[in-house]
Design a protein around this ligand. Structure first.
Ligand code: 6R9
Length: 650
């Protein structure tokens, strides 16, 4: 690490926010209302009375009919804002139009090629209403699922909000996934309509999305219509009776659309996330509690004010984009950036140029991006005026202290607190996070958000301090997942079976003697590649689906920039030769099956894989080998000699 950063890290282990930041913050204003003097008192008061806390904030949103109770907690099922009538789209759009804020800019969109569009709340509201009407014409209504497979173009939030408006449930699939992954998710969600685009460019290269989707639509029996956005302007074949152009079906639609009155607990969306075994899990979020949770966290953690320009540089295809690009900023009525491109294209100054150009005030990204910029060096951010930035955020994986101080120094100019927010697709909102008033320790996500009680447990359920253990959440929160779509048993088994009435996060973490949380990573077999969660099982099954592969084991290999890279160990069927060409073919195969994010960086051919006597692959042993660590106890292995084989392959 460079000397100046080392000094920064050593000298100030604790970074205290300035008096000015503390006094002006939304959380302080709110605390003043209740005469709460400091952070400790806030946590105590909120934890003692969570209903009071959430009730107060829920009232800042508009309910068609008020809820009767804040919470019904019947573990592992929570219901929030019971019997309240609500719609998130009404709160994100109609409420602002009614309050005369229609001319305010909701989104500043910047395309990969530098094109820009500014979309006011009124324009967004009209676009959403027109598309919502078009969906209704196609017979889509309350409770129907719609699969959305789009890059970061303005139609993506429009499509999501239109679904919400008419009570349909959206299921967005990240556009970086290959169509096969889309097929699996469409079938699991039983969607009636799918939405895609003719194509888009990534690093200047054209991705013909519609053509890829055509290949899989023979295998998605529930789909009646495919709606296509004319984005890249390329020639595509439209299937008579099935395919419809977005611009044609919206053309004559009314700009007004009646909002479906939903129950607080009605589903809003499904978002698939990788699990340890088999199929991805369809995490279900609802209208009421989800809205209140993300609204509150964006307001208090990222401290947004009326005039702020907010930039969450994630993809909408992941939960971070759902919560903090699409819904929460609109609920708060602020202006946000949507950026279609990649951070270092056409050069590593791209993000900083956007910050300078639009005078971004609060900026949120992932450690993998910061580590990439560390590699390019400070000269890139130094070319631009970043003085508009007031607060920074990090999400997706643990931020190592080196990256933290780099971010703090070169992007935050040693002035901006960094909100290292820990949360998950399942949690919907930040759960362990600093507030702008918290003293910070680089690399720690600080403490649970008010009302949330988290703990670190050993296998026996005993609370641990200063030791790594299972990170659990002991209290319900409004935007928690309600179930796994069409698989309620899996919901219970995955999250609520390890410890009674506690949510098992699947992460390993440590709590220090000051009560600060340090997240260490996933404890199951989910990889985190550049902040994307990828199940080892998914990559393995893609590998095994190739004709010459007998068996495969996938582990994460630590990587300075991406956090982890995928390393695959493959046993070939007899008669197949382990060649470099075959390695490349396998990489390509996984790419096609799942998508570029899941492509293994390393492939090694082995004769055997270490297994338990019950036949389970011991990924722990393989992982230790990949990391060059001691493999530990191998007495439970059926074939200890396989470990030596790994050595030869590495
Ligand atoms: C929001 C999001 C969730 C997993 C989670 C954990 C890791 C997220 C983190 C973090 C350390 C943070 N994670 N935020 N680890 N510090 N601030 O990323 O959701 O895609 O579901 O991933 O990401 O391992 O369990 P999701």
């Amino acid at each position: 690490m460079p000397k100046d950063l080392e000094a920064l890290l050593k000298e100030e282990r604790i970074f205290k926010p300035t008096k000015d930041i503390v006094e002006k913050s939304n959380i302080t204003q709110w605390m003043n209302k209740y005469k709460i003097k400091n952070y400790d008192e806030l946590l105590k008061k909120a934890n003692d009375n969570p209903d009071w806390f959430w009730d107060d904030l829920a009232k800042e949103l508009e309910w068609f009919e008020p809820y009767k109770n804040v919470l019904k907690w019947d573990p592992p099922h929570a219901e929030w804002f019971l019997e309240g009538k609500f719609n998130i789209a009404h709160n994100a759009l109609d409420r602002h139009i009614k309050n005369g804020k229609g001319d305010k800019i909701a989104y500043i969109w910047e395309g990969e090629d530098g094109k820009t569009r500014k979309i006011t709340y009124h324009q967004l509201w009209c676009d959403v209403n027109k598309f919502a009407n078009a969906l209704r014409e196609l017979g889509i209504g309350k409770g129907d699922t719609v699969s959305i497979y789009l890059p970061m173009i303005p139609e993506l939030p429009v499509a999501m909000l239109a679904c919400a408006k008419i009570g349909a449930v959206h299921s967005v699939v990240f556009s970086g996934f290959w169509a096969k992954a889309f097929q699996e998710r469409v079938n699991d969600s039983k969607s009636k309509v799918a939405i895609t685009t003719d194509g888009f460019t990534r690093r200047g290269k054209l991705i013909p999305l519609k053509e890829n989707v055509d290949d899989i639509l023979q295998n998605t029996p529930t789909i009646k219509n495919l709606i296509v956005i004319n984005n890249a302007g390329i020639d595509v074949k439209m299937h008579e009776g099935r395919d419809l152009w977005w611009h044609e079906i919206t053309e004559n639609m009314s700009e007004e659309c009646e909002t479906e009155v939903m129950d607080s607990e009605d589903p809003l969306f499904i978002l698939y996330t990788s699990g340890t075994t088999g199929k991805p899990k369809g995490v279900v979020h609802v209208h009421g509690g989800y809205a209140v949770g993300i609204y509150t966290t964006l307001k208090f953690v990222f401290d947004l004010n009326e005039d702020d320009i907010w930039w969450c540089a994630a993809d909408i295809g992941w939960i971070t984009g759902h919560s903090y690009i699409v819904y929460a900023p609109l609920l708060l009525g602020v202006t946000s950036i949507i950026f279609e491109g990649t951070p270092d294209y056409p050069d590593p100054g791209r993000l900083w140029k956007i910050v300078e150009g639009y005078k971004v005030n609060v900026f949120y990204t992932a450690p993998t991006t910061i580590r990439m910029f560390m590699k390019y060096g400070p000269k890139w951010p130094q070319k631009y005026d970043l003085s508009s930035i007031r607060l920074l955020g990090s999400v997706g994986e643990p931020i190592n202290p080196e990256a933290w101080v780099w971010y703090y120094k070169y992007i935050g100019r040693e002035k901006c607190p960094i909100m290292d927010t820990w949360w998950q697709t399942e949690t919907g909102m930040h759960l362990i996070t600093p507030l702008p008033i918290s003293p910070l320790k680089p690399g720690s996500a600080v403490m649970p958000f008010p009302t949330v009680q988290a703990d670190i447990l050993d296998d026996m359920g005993r609370s641990l301090t200063e030791k790594g253990g299972h990170l659990v959440i002991k209290t319900p929160w409004p935007s928690m997942l309600r179930t796994i779509y069409r698989n309620p048993q899996r919901y219970i088994k995955t999250y609520w079976s390890a410890f009674k009435n506690m949510y098992l996060s699947g992460d390993v973490a440590r709590k220090d003697s000051d009560g600060y949380f340090w997240i260490q990573g996933r404890e199951d077999d989910v990889l985190s590649v550049a902040g994307h969660r990828i199940g080892t099982a998914e990559v393995e099954s893609a590998l095994v689906s190739y004709e010459c592969v007998a068996e495969a084991a996938v582990v994460g290999k630590p990587d300075e920039i991406k956090g982890e890279e995928i390393a695959a160990f493959v046993i070939l069927k007899d008669n197949f030769k382990p060649t470099q060409e075959l390695k490349d073919t396998l990489k390509y195969h996984v790419r096609v099956e799942i998508g570029p994010v899941a492509t293994p960086k390393y492939i090694s051919f082995v004769d055997d894989l270490p297994k338990t006597r019950s036949g389970k692959i011991m990924r722990r042993v393989i992982k230790a080998k990949v990391k060059g660590e001691d493999v530990g106890d191998t007495s439970t292995l059926a074939n200890p000699e396989a470990v030596d084989g790994l050595d030869r392959a590495l």
